[in-house]
Design a protein around this ligand. Sequence first.
Ligand SMILES: [Zn+2]
Length: 240
Amino acid sequence: MTDIKLKMDKVKIVRLEELVKMYKIKIEDFSKEYEPPIKRIERQTRIVSEETKKIISRFKKTLTQIKKDSGYDLTMKGRRIFFQDIETINDETEQEKQKLRERYHGLTQKGGDCARDEKEGIFVIRVAASEKEKNLCPMQILEYLSHEYGHTLGERLKDVFEEELKAYAFSSLFFRYFLGESLYKKDSSSYEEGIHKMAQRELGKILRAGLSEEVVISHLIKEKFGKAKPTDLFDFFLDN
Ligand SMILES: [Zn+2]
C-alpha cells in the first residue's frame, strides 16, 4: 500500500506511518485535546431564504438516516446553525488572520466554520448563505454544513490535519447517503494548497484504498461508528 505513504514533510503533522508505528507500541490518546476557537464568533443569523430552509430540512433528514445506520447520536442537540454573509464569516482581525494562517498553513476564504461555545456548551456552526448570496448552490451549502457538522463529532483534535480529515470524512459520508457517492473519492488536490486540500486528498486516497468513511470517523472520534471500530484503520494499514 505504498500509495498511502504520505508526503507532508513541509507540515508538522502526525503522519499515518507514524500512527502505525505508535500503534505497534501502544495506542496513545495523543490527539484528544481541546483547542479553543481562534476568535469570538458573531452569532446573529441573517435572513435566510425559503430555499435555504429547505436545504436545512434535507440536511437533517440525511443526518437521521446516518444516525439510524451508525448508531451514533447525529442530532442537532448541542449544535446551532447560523447563516451569515461571507464577509461576516471572514471578518477576522489581522492578529486572528495570522493565527489562522499559521494553523492552516495558508489562508483561504472560508465558507463556514465551527466553534464550541464553552459557556453554553454548544457548537456554533456558521455557513455562508444569506439572502444576499443567491448564487450559492444547495450542494455547496450542504457541503459546508456537513463539513462543519463533522467537526462537532468526538473531541476537537489537536492535530489540525486530523481534525480536517474528520470533517471531510463526515461530509463524504453525508454525500454518500445524499447523492449515492462520495465527493472526495477521486480527489487529487495538491499538498501545496494548505491543510484543507491535504485532508481532502488524503481522504481520497484512504477511500480508494478500500476503507470507508465510517472507519476514518471511528478512528478519529475513538468510538464505534456503525460497524467500524477505532482500530480498523490501523489494522488495515498493518495488514496491507
Ligand atoms: Zn474544517
